[in-house]
Write a protein that binds this ligand. Structure first.
Ligand code: ATP
Ligand code: MG
Ligand code: MG
Length: 538
């Protein structure tokens, strides 16, 4: 048979296809369950699910699970979780492995049609043959012999690596993907879905196009590195006389200061550069989620970068941070947090009294309401917000200077108490109940009811995991040793008191923060999601 014969078949194939799909768009998002999804996959999902949704069609979540030694249930579960988190709704969750019987039958058909043979070359011999465009000595076996040997492979009569099934393409073809790619290899390995049923597993090149065809995918979207494989994708479907989807390629998402590859992320996790798959410094979706990113922020990034075929575009990390602020500004409730507290005693405030001050939840949106914070004679401000010597650009407090405690009162510093090393330990101030002096600079603060202490919190500040924006082959040597700074004893106002994991706040003047999974009622833990402004120290 000649592959072009498939054209004769096309009207019938199309009619059958339309009968199944009703003419609707069908796409798939096909991750291999060999790691956690990263933000690059968010772009793929945005296209796969997004295009189907826009066209009134449907999209499968398909696990491309043909390498059992690298895949496991933990990855499958986390992928399902991340897909849902981003708001995508698969029409069905499928597995390439659920088609193993069908794929095996198609391999037999492929042998019968003279387009596959069992080969015993070693991996280096195969690579050499491909490079030199020379045929394998096993290439011209009879159909009968190939059928017998393939059956022996399936029955476990060969050791791993001693026999493979190869597609019979064209060893002289200018496109290396036509030079007899591997269809099946032997692996004595338990599979997370099909168990121990098989010891021969189909390759990506063999599986992907056939499962696209079986699932009646209309548009098979993939990243540009697969463009070279489009020829073999089409070839295999055509020689088997099957329905053929349309393949569209688009450019991968790359971000500065990070690595987007499951293999590299695994290396970082396994070598303890980070605490796990969801370490907020990683680029996995779980990491961004733990850090406080919303699905909306990530989808906004995908929207912003759009779909192109320009290769090698690396999006500045700042674009992602911008998208994140855009989303959080209107939804992260304001609270106050002091990283490095100095005690401030308001000498003219009654000793046993306290009051509650009203603060807006979202200043730009009064409809979002207000919350109450405690104010009493003892208040804490950040060490950065005090200087012995003032100057006109300094926004904080200094001796004899008056500033506003945000949402509360003006205070004026009358006395500075230091320890023997000269370190400031306490400030004595007076407050002005009526805030008579307008236009003073404003700082944040934390207080508690009289006789009580404000709640403590641990705050984790993250910098890029890689200081350099573009990474080369020596990326692993470029890990930033100071990518995590822990503030162990910050003080927080009571707004955050009963927070649970993923609750998000804007700490006034400091940044956006999210409650970490390590947080307990005794000790709250916050991750900095993103700073307030781009230029600020990260
Ligand atoms: P990795 O190298 O990180 O393992 P992959 O391409 O092998 O990535 P798959 O699980 O096979 O990962 O990917 C599922 C889908 O996501 C594929 O269609 C793939 O092209 C797409 N994809 C993966 N990485 C990116 C990226 N950085 N940008 C856009 N799409 C991506
Ligand atoms: Mg892959
Ligand atoms: Mg990969």
């Amino acid at each position: 048979p000649d592959p072009s014969d498939n054209i004769q078949n096309t009207p019938k194939l199309l009619a059958d296809h339309l009968k199944v799909t009703g003419g609707k768009v069908v796409t798939r998002f096909p991750p291999e369950p060999n790691g956690y999804l990263h933000i690059g996959h968010a772009k793929a999902m945005h296209l796969d699910f997004g295009y189907a949704k826009k066209m009134g069609g449907k999209c499968y979540l398909r696990f491309d699970d043909t390498n059992p030694e690298k895949e496991n249930q933990e990855y499958i579960d986390s992928i399902i979780d991340s897909v849902k988190w981003l708001g995508h709704e698969p029409c069905e969750i499928t597995y390439s492995s659920q088609y193993f019987d069908e794929l095996y039958d198609l391999a037999i058909e492929l042998i019968k049609r003279g387009f596959a043979y069992v080969c015993h070359q070693t991996a280096p011999e195969i690579a050499e043959g491909r490079e030199k465009m020379t045929d394998s000595p096993y290439r011209n076996r009879s159909v009968e012999e190939n059928l017998k040997l393939f059956d022996d492979m399936r029955q476990g009569k060969f050791e791993e690596g001693k026999a493979i099934l190869r597609m019979k393409g064209d060893m002289k073809h200018p496109n290396p993907c036509m030079r007899d790619l591997i269809a099946y290899r032997i692996k004595y390995h338990h599979h997370p879905v099909s168990g121990d049923k098989w010891c021969v597993y189909p390759s990506y090149d063999y599986t992907h196009c056939l499962v696209d065809s079986i699932e009646n995918i209309t548009h098979s979207l993939c990243t540009l590195e697969f463009e070279i494989r489009r020829l073999s994708y089409n070839w295999l479907i055509d020689v088997l006389g099957l329905y053929r989807p349309v393949v569209w390629e688009y450019s991968r998402l790359n971000l500065t200061h990070t690595v987007l590859s499951k293999r590299k992320i695994i290396t970082l996790v396994q070598n303890n550069f980070v605490s796990g798959w969801d370490d907020p410094r990683l680029s996995t979706l779980n990491a961004f989620r733990r850090k406080g990113y919303t699905p909306e922020a990530i989808n906004l990034l995908c929207e912003t970068v759009g779909v192109t075929r320009t290769n090698n575009t690396t999006i500045p990390f700042e674009v992602l941070e911008y998208c994140c602020r855009q989303d959080l500004d209107g939804r992260a409730i304001r609270a106050m947090c002091v990283f490095d507290p100095i005690k401030v005693v308001i000498t003219n405030y009654p000793e046993n009294e306290s009051e509650e001050i009203s603060a807006p939840n979202i200043p730009s949106n009064p409809e979002k309401g207000t919350h109450k914070i405690d104010f009493s004679r003892i208040v804490y401000i950040d060490r950065n917000d005090f200087r012995m010597v003032d100057n006109k650009d300094f926004f904080g407090l200094a001796p004899n200077k008056e500033i506003l405690l945000k949402y509360a009162y003006n205070i004026k510093c009358n006395e500075v108490i230091t320890d023997e090393t000269g370190k400031v330990t306490e400030l004595r101030v007076t407050y002005d109940k009526d805030n008579t002096t307008k236009k003073v600079k404003t700082i944040h603060w934390v207080s508690a009811p009289a006789g009580e202490e404000p709640a403590k919190a641990e705050v984790r500040l993250y910098d890029h995991l890689f200081k350099e924006s573009e990474l080369g082959d020596d990326w692993l040597e470029k890990v930033n040793p100071n990518s995590l700074v822990v503030i162990p004893n910050a003080l927080v106002d009571k707004t955050v008191k009963d927070s649970k994991q993923y609750d998000r706040y804007q700490f006034e003047r400091v940044g956006y923060f999210c409650v970490d999974k390590d947080s307990t009622t005794d000790k709250l833990v916050f991750n900095r999601t993103v700073s307030l402004k781009e230029n600020k120290e990260k």
